[in-house]
Design a protein around this ligand. Structure first.
Ligand code: AMP
Ligand code: MG
Length: 422
């Protein structure tokens, strides 16, 4: 049996980062960028107006005031998308809209609110500072700026920047293909009629969803009987994938064949980790492909996936940050355990002001899948701890990505600001 940290270290050491693939930028959301993308040009490409108003030569309007407005002749209208090739002479202006490129001879834009148009002329009532209301070329990004760096996890703003760069195709890290095999003579497929002594294979589907949720591409291999030939042939089919995951058949029962299979086809690195749930766990390589033999109990399978397979999939996909966020939470109840194993306790989380509270989901048996249905997090109780008291702070892995969402954020909950007490 090895410690959790050692197991994770040994796994990540064996996990390669996959190669790159070319992808339309529109499909690249959530993927990890595989190249540095410097700005190919200035954005905006030219100085342009930040306001609707009048483009002027500052020296013509510097003295303008409400009492003594300056009158200028309007040479042309310049909507966004149009350019003006001429030059402004003394006493001349252009009507200009937000985003329209600024002609060279112009150095200032007067906002429309400080003007009054009459026919071919405009009255300027206030002279803004020189250079006001202008967006300068390159004020967003300058040619060569490393705006999108290799390793970036692409989000909507990055996709928008790629569009501005006219980069329709990008290199991203490949998504790992993950072969998933359930094992066990007791398992029924979900569309088979129920029979005495048989249970429905749920693990394949949980694992499929877990793989997809962290960006892998699941490949279902179905169910292998607890017979070596069946296990060997199904696993060999799975070698088309980048990573293999099995469930069940990994402890010390007479029909637990996954370790034997791993030894026959490849090399076992370890089995058994000092944790609960999920103590039996086989890890090794078959033809360079990592194989995770997860335990069969639905909760153990899920928790072991969280601990070991998810970080591996993220690493393969080019991610740097492989682990979920953890929170310090205040325990609502006392929990006792034996020393020797790290415990992962399924919990509900709640917020009171800045403080987060954790309460267990109750029965922690490794077959109680409904406890995972309820769980928003996993309390982590260290190996040597034997008791955590109510009110104590504990480390908690946040599983529920929606936990910090709210029906109404506090900045919206004070309409009209703070009410005066009467
Ligand atoms: P095993 O690790 O093969 O001894 O399996 C332990 C227990 O996990 C079994 O008795 C089943 O109740 C359960 N189990 C195993 N495989 C699955 C599966 N694919 N789906 C749901 N439960 C399973
Ligand atoms: Mg079994």
């Amino acid at each position: 049996m090895i410690h959790l940290e050692e197991a994770i270290r040994r796994i990540l050491e064996q996990i390669p980062c996959l190669g790159l693939e070319r992808l339309s930028f529109q499909q690249a959301q959530g993927r990890v960028l595989g190249e540095d993308i410097p700005a190919p040009r200035n954005i905006p490409p030219w100085d342009n107006s930040a306001m609707d108003g009048y483009a002027v030569r500052w020296r013509d309007i510097r003295a303008a005031s409400p009492e003594k407005p300056v009158v200028l002749k309007v040479l042309a209208d310049l909507p966004a998308g149009r350019t003006f090739k001429g030059r402004l002479g003394p006493g001349e202006a252009l009507r200009i809209m937000t985003g329209a490129p600024l002609p060279r001879s112009v150095d200032t834009v007067v906002q429309v609110e400080s003007t009054e148009r009459s026919g071919a002329n405009v009255k300027i009532f206030a002279g803004p500072g020189k250079g006001k209301n202008i967006r300068l070329a390159g004020e967003d990004v300058k040619t060569g700026d490393l705006v999108l760096a290799k390793g970036t996890v692409l989000q909507p703003a990055h996709i928008g920047m790629l569009a501005s760069f006219q980069r329709s195709v990008v290199y991203v890290y490949q998504q790992p293909r993950v072969a998933i095999l359930a094992t066990g003579d007791e398992l029924l497929e979900i569309d088979e009629p129920l029979k005495e002594g048989k249970i429905v294979n749920s693990n394949s589907y949980t694992i499929t969803a877990q793989v997809a949720a962290c960006g892998g591409l699941p490949i279902q291999l179905g169910i292998a009987k607890d017979r070596m030939e069946d296990l060997l042939s199904k696993i060999q089919q799975g070698l088309v994938a980048d990573l293999l995951v099995t469930s069940g058949g990994v402890s010390v029962g007479d029909y637990d064949l996954v370790k034997e299979m791993l030894k026959k086809l490849g090399k076992i690195n370890f089995w058994k980790v000092a944790m609960r749930p999920g103590q039996p766990l086989a890890f090794g390589l078959i033809s360079e492909k990592p194989l995770f033999g997860l335990p069969g109990n639905p909760v153990s399978s899920m928790v072991s996936f969280e601990q070991f397979v998810r970080p591996a999939i993220l690493k393969m996909s080019g991610h740097q940050n492989l682990f979920r966020p953890t929170l310090k939470a205040c325990l609502r109840e006392e929990i006792e355990k034996k020393a020797g194993l790290v415990h992962f306790i399924r919990c509900r989380l709640s917020r009171e002001g800045e403080k987060i509270y954790a309460s267990t989901t109750g029965e922690q048996g490794s077959g109680i899948l409904s406890s995972m249905v309820k769980a928003q997090g996993l309390i982590v109780l260290p190996r040597d701890l034997t008791r955590a008291r109510a009110g104590e702070e504990v480390q908690t892995i946040l599983l529920d990505p929606m936990f910090f969402h709210s029906p109404l954020p506090s900045y919206l909950s004070l309409p009209g600001g703070r009410q005066k007490k009467s």
